[in-house]
Design a protein around this ligand. Structure first.
Ligand code: FES
Length: 79
């Protein structure tokens, strides 16, 4: 028996409308970035990454210190 749990977060067409957005998956609020999902919580002091900006990096909107590569998730800069 699998422990996998699936949550419907919307249609592909709706999710394609924004390249960076928050989706609700129950107790967490991950960010959806193009076609992959990562934590939506900045590890500085918990800013909402899904409402930040996106180019090569997702940038946290609270203090602009949390910068995470859009494909690898690697952090840039120090926090
Ligand atoms: S909470 Fe994200 S940079 Fe401060």
């Amino acid at each position: 028996m699998s422990d996998t749990q699936w949550t419907d977060v919307g249609t592909v067409e709706a999710l394609k409308q924004k390249s960076l957005q928050e989706v609700n998956c129950g107790t967490r609020s991950p960010s959806l970035i193009s076609t992959f999902v990562t934590s939506g919580i900045c590890n500085h002091v918990g800013g909402p990454l899904g409402t930040g900006t996106l180019d090569d990096y997702v940038v946290c909107p609270w203090h602009y210190l949390g910068k995470f590569h859009r494909e690898t998730g690697a952090r840039r800069g120090g926090i």
